[in-house]
Design a protein around this ligand. Structure first.
Ligand SMILES: [Zn+2]
Length: 256
């Protein structure tokens, strides 16, 4: 079941990336091809792709875990650099590997909600969306990790209705503006060069610790963190990044 879903992720994402290449656009636009609404910084329901901040901070995010093999390896790399990340986890994986979740929290990374089993939530009934999100949150609360009020939609696929449900449950919706496409298992040096070539303070980087073989992502993570350190950029959690935004000024949703 999960493998089937995973293949579907790859196919969907593969098509999206072809469109992306053809159009020569950024991820924000690719997100809109998935049905996301055009960004409106005044809307509480808008997805946050990056933030405008004066702090030299970047958020590295990891999706689809926890994974018993690759998540601890990501954590070891983060630890080596004194860095923390944001893990958008699947409820069904939380049930299988609770110890990995506790390790994430113990190291100071934040553990946030990515839905229960990576089903698409766009176009679903409100009750389906809220059930999927709540089910995952109950599992995380049961482990006693600090509660994270951020949500990332599976496939970054949302619509106005599903975003409204998630917002009313008390979450902010997090996308990412720096996509590594690490699920394609590109060369780690190329992956890191792609990220570092465009990285600015306030960016949100998308990586995967679950859903497949992530050895190359582990290698790329080390290279990215080394490059960030050389440029004086710190890896913080998404919540910490949002907290650097001046009071009263909303994050730059969709801003590029
Ligand atoms: Zn995902």
């Amino acid at each position: 079941m999960f493998m089937h879903l995973t293949r579907r992720v790859l196919t969907t994402a593969g098509i999206a990336s072809l469109l992306l290449l053809a159009a020569g656009t950024g991820l924000a636009r690719a997100g809109r091809k998935h049905g996301d609404m055009p960004p409106a910084s005044s809307s509480r329901n808008a997805s946050i792709w990056r933030v405008s901040t004066a702090a030299p901070d970047v958020a590295i995010t990891f999706d689809d875990g926890p994974d018993p093999m690759f998540t601890p390896r990501m954590l070891a790399v983060l630890n080596r650099f004194g860095a923390v990340g944001t893990f958008f986890v699947l409820g069904m994986q939380v049930a299988r590997y609770p110890g990995v979740i506790r390790q994430e929290a113990t190291q100071g990374s934040e553990v946030c909600n990515h839905g229960y089993s990576h089903r698409i939530l766009r176009g679903r009934a409100d009750a389906f969306v809220s059930g999927d999100v709540r089910h995952t949150q109950i599992m995380l609360d049961g482990l006693g990790v600090p509660r994270c009020r951020l949500f990332r939609f599976p496939y970054l696929a949302s619509d106005a209705a599903s975003r409204s449900v998630v917002t009313h449950l008390g979450y902010r919706i997090i996308a990412a503006n720096v996509d590594t496409q690490d699920w394609r298992q590109p060369n780690p040096e190329k992956m890191a060069a792609h990220v570092l070539g465009r990285l600015r303070a306030g960016d949100i980087i998308l990586l995967h610790d679950g859903g497949g073989v992530r050895s190359r992502t582990v290698q790329a993570l080390g290279l990215i963190l080394r490059g960030m350190a050389q440029r004086g950029l710190h890896a913080v959690t998404v919540s910490q990044l949002l907290a650097t935004v001046p009071h009263g000024r909303p994050p730059a949703a969709g801003e590029e």
